[in-house]
Design a protein around this ligand. Structure first.
Ligand code: GAL
Length: 782
């Protein structure tokens, strides 16, 4: 079982000298605004176990606790078949730290599922409800020398906190939420006069007279001068300043002279730093840097416009869940999802369904030019009064946390698909508007009747369009006149079959790709659709209807983030000069299909022409399917591939764009030459306990294409000072010939991690990852 393996590897770590880190020194850096990225990360070395009487006491006997690193999930999980009973309990995390300087300490928790109570040296400090938003705690009792932080984590479904619904079963929600301190935590010293918030809001972005409106809040009233310096590409563009009004704790100022700023756009996500400094005379009281970008995002009844240019929003919904770890994956792994969506799947927008997601993910969206729909936690139902009050707190916490992200262009202030309860939505919408007048509010609906728009509850009509049914021609509801209209979901597993697994027949997987292509084609056909965000990016764990064995297989990639043919459709919609794509929607495998894929087999491609060869003999050009997809930038191609029985030729596809050969792909029909691959996303990681990378373990043909029909067991072992986040045995028959695990170095000396994967018939493959304090050395995969 994965959990046992992990415990063993931790023991290995202790034996290797990791115990010395138990008393790790937290270097509080004086002058920090609030514990943020610059503060000490509370990553390693926590002690963890089930809640017990006295477990928050300073002198609690910790012999029964396990050492763990943050982010952390309380329950051992596999990649499917999660059992909510395994995390629904109370848990204790304890961290010993040594304060090296006297001072004022605060800690920040980016996300604890679901409720948390924090104790310092045995004394209760603060508690927080809700698993998707950060909280900070003042630690007045930190003494120079040894201290103990204890956090009680409550992961029970019975908590009356969105999206939970006490009284119903956890399966009433379409996603599982394993408990734990599952996002980063930081600790640091803060100054006596602290900046509590900076909101930097670009104004009049498209005019040369554009400005930046800055609101800076201090924790207490002091006479002070506040300066905001706007910098881009390392250069100051302009600055503004204002005096704190007498007796006030907030100041607003405008920075002008920003005509030279580079705008933020999906194709050129140019960011700015805004450095806010609070001074009393010559003394700097506090300083904080926030990041923003200048862009104008407008949803109109005639479509969406970014910086005055029409942009058809092309995207997917993302759930934050991973195999083996729940939501508890370090920042690098969170960022990787944004890279997949933007760079590999060409999305211009992602919907964070159905809760605020990790800050690392949103930072990556800013950097990559991926627009974001962000929404409050909730799914399908609204709870009682207390629950609704928490909903309002979530709106405030979400907007305040994320209003500086240029990628975020809309606040979802309604609970997903919970129509009605208009009084509450008037309040949530109003609150978001007060805190951020610059963005529209909305909420995804399951029905376009029964809600008020434009001037009412929401400013964008967002519809989860599952009109299409199996067998009927695919269609979308028409946009509604007079209101900006966005399709926030479509397809999923409602318009076709119940699951799209990589183990399903090629025709099933290709059906999913066709449906996604059709939905986007229809959205592209009518300017009034702002765009379409399909359901969904990655498979996710769920006990709700149409789940299979505890998972929903609605992703265009699986839960390991391994592509299905539907991902090939997305990949093929980008420009060929950036990445030329020629990806079959079929398997080139004669085991299940002795005569090959047959007539009219689809190839997803952004090329102008595809020339097809069998054993390097031309069989002609593939036919464009433009007639089926009149509005897609790059329609797929069809080709007849009927192979005489007994033959297993090699397939070659040459793709041409602008008359030039831009891609040539080969696919082997000969399974006897298949190999096992073991490929890390990152060859080098930081040995700080808070870093990790995925390693894809796949059976491929000799040219590197996953052989989805491969069965058999793969055993996985990690050597070196790190943790294997993954099952020690993977069943290729269940995962579709490929899967992934994640590798996470312990905090400690730099070194090497070697992951070895062994398959019954394909042999052994290894991945070598170097771990370093500076992240400079390279590694290899084979
Ligand atoms: C929608 C819902 C999504 C997901 C989908 C299932 O109604 O908003 O969260 O459950 O159905 O395909």
């Amino acid at each position: 079982m994965a959990g046992d393996e992990r415990r063993l590897s931790r023991r290995g770590f202790l034996a290797a000298g990791g115990a010395a880190l138990l008393g790790a020194v937290v270097a509080g850096s004086a002058g920090l605004a609030a514990p943020g990225p610059d503060s000490g990360l509370l990553t390693d070395f926590w002690l963890f176990g089930r809640y017990a009487d006295g477990c928050t006491d300073a002198g609690f006997d910790e012999a029964g606790l396990d050492p763990v690193q943050l982010p952390h999930c309380v329950a051992p999980l596999s990649w499917t078949g999660w059992d909510p009973a395994s995390w629904q309990d109370r848990w204790i995390y304890r961290k010993h730290f040594t304060a090296t300087t006297a001072g004022r300490y605060r800690a920040r928790f980016d996300g604890v599922m679901t409720n948390a109570a924090v104790y310092l040296n045995g004394t209760f400090v603060a508690s927080h409800d809700g698993g998707y938003l950060p909280f900070e705690v003042e630690l007045p009792g930190v003494a120079e020398g040894d201290n103990t932080l204890a956090v009680v984590v409550d992961g029970r479904w019975a908590l009356d906190v969105p999206p939970n619904l006490p009284g119903a079963s956890p399966a009433v929600l379409d996603f599982y939420q394993p408990a734990g301190i599952y996002r980063p935590a930081t600790i640091g010293t803060v100054p006596r006069t602290r900046i509590t918030d900076v909101f930097a809001c670009p104004v009049d972005v498209l005019s040369p007279g554009r400005s930046l409106h800055v609101r800076c809040e201090l924790e207490r009233a002091v006479p002070a001068e506040v300066t905001a310096s706007v910098r881009q590409a390392g250069r100051e563009l302009a600055r503004g300043s204002a005096s704190m009004p007498a007796g006030g704790t907030a100041v607003e100022l405008d920075v002008r002279g920003l005509d030279g700023v580079r705008l933020w756009d999906v194709a050129d996500p140019a960011l700015c730093d805004v450095v806010v400094t609070v001074r009393a005379g010559a003394a700097v009281l506090d300083r904080r840097t926030v990041r923003t970008g200048f862009r104008e995002a407008r949803f109109t009844p005639d479509g969406f416009f970014l910086n005055g240019r029409r942009l058809k929003l092309f995207g997917l919904n993302r759930h934050q869940w991973y195999p083996f770890a729940g939501g508890a994956m370090p920042d690098r792994v969170q960022r990787r999802d944004a890279e997949i969506l933007r760079r590999e799947l060409n999305c211009t927008m992602v919907r964070c369904s159905h809760y605020p997601q990790s800050s690392a993910f949103l930072d990556a969206c800013d950097e990559l030019g991926l627009l974001v729909w962000e929404e409050i936690p909730g799914w399908g139902h609204v709870g009682d009064d207390a629950w609704q009050r928490r909903n309002l707190q979530d709106v405030a916490a979400m907007v305040v946390r994320d209003r500086n992200h240029p990628s975020v262009v809309v606040w979802g202030t309604r609970v997903n698909e919970a129509n009605g309860t208009t009084a509450m939505y008037a309040k949530t919408g109003r609150l978001a508007k007060q805190l951020d007048p610059s963005r529209p509010t909305s909420g995804a609906l399951a029905s376009t009747t029964g809600a008020r728009y434009a001037g009412g509850d929401v400013e964008i009509l967002a519809y989860n369009d599952y009109t299409a049914r199996r067998g009927a021609p695919f269609r979308l509801r028409p946009p509604q006149p007079g209101v900006p209209y966005l399709v926030t979901e479509a397809i999923g597993t409602l318009a076709g079959v119940r699951a799209y697994r990589r183990t399903d027949p090629p025709a099933t997987r290709q059906l999913q790709a066709e449906l996604h292509a059709k939905a986007h084609d229809l959205a592209a056909a009518d300017d009034r659709y702002c765009g379409l965000l399909a359901w969904c990016a990655f498979d996710y764990p769920s006990g709700w209807q149409r789940s299979v064995g505890g998972s929903k297989f609605a992703g265009v990639a699986d839960i390991f983030r391994i592509a299905k043919p539907a991902a090939a459709f997305y990949a093929s919609q980008g420009p060929p000069d950036v990445r030329a794509v020629a990806e079959p929607g079929f398997d080139w495998d004669f085991t299940a299909q002795p005569a090959g894929p047959g007539r009219g087999a689809t190839i997803w491609s952004n090329c102008d022409r595809l020339a097809v060869f069998l054993d390097d003999r031309p069989v002609g050009d593939a036919r464009s399917r433009r007639a089926d997809f009149p509005h897609l930038p790059h329609p797929p191609f069809a080709v007849d591939l009927v192979v005489p029985r007994g033959q297993r030729p090699q397939l070659r596809i040459d793709g041409y764009a602008g008359g030039r050969l831009v891609v040539s792909r080969r696919f082997s029909g000969d399974r006897s030459r298949d190999v096992l691959g073991c490929t890390p996303d990152d060859p080098s990681l930081r040995a700080d306990g808070g870093d990790a990378t995925r390693v894809v373990i796949a059976a491929t043909d000799r040219f590197g294409t996953v052989r989805a029909g491969t069965t058999g067991a793969v055993s996985v072992a990690l050597a070196g000072l790190g943790e294997l986040i993954g099952d020690a045995k993977l069943d290729f028959g269940a995962t579709g010939g490929a899967a992934a695990v994640w590798v996470r170095p312990f905090a400690g000396p730099p070194g090497t991690l070697v992951l070895t994967a062994r398959h019954d018939t394909l042999g052994t493959a290894t991945a070598t990852i170097t771990t370093t304090a500076t992240g400079k050395t390279a590694g290899t995969g084979s």
